[in-house]
Design a protein. Structure first.
Length: 109
């Protein structure tokens, strides 16, 4: 993938997650962004991290003691895990839901 295209796609993913997190009470879940990275923070921990891995053309997501690597599926436009093909936004929704103890979902575009 062209480096510029990769950066634009990943930046769009990070903005989408950031927009979703804006709706939460910061006392429940907060976030911090930096270039190519978003930290999802919970009071008292842990911190989940979504970041780009430019050298590998991947997005990496770490939640607690687990981490996943995602590749872009050009046909669908979805980011899929390299091991079991689950979709990135589904995993973020699942892990944040589990931490909060209630169902929360990133709406499909």
């Amino acid at each position: 993938m062209e480096p510029t295209s990769f950066l634009q796609r990943v930046d769009a993913i990070i903005r989408r997650v950031e927009d979703w997190l804006e709706d939460f009470d910061p006392d429940e879940v907060d976030f911090e962004t930096a270039d190519g990275l978003i930290k999802i923070q919970f009071p008292g921990g842990p911190t989940y991290v979504l970041n780009r891995q430019t050298a590998a053309d991947q997005i990496w997501y770490a939640a607690g003691d687990r981490a996943w690597h995602y590749n872009l599926d050009e046909a669908s436009g979805e980011w899929r895990a390299d091991k079991d093909e689950h979709e990135l936004f589904a995993k973020i929704s699942e892990t944040v839901s589990k931490k909060l103890g209630r169902d929360v979902r990133i709406d499909p575009e």
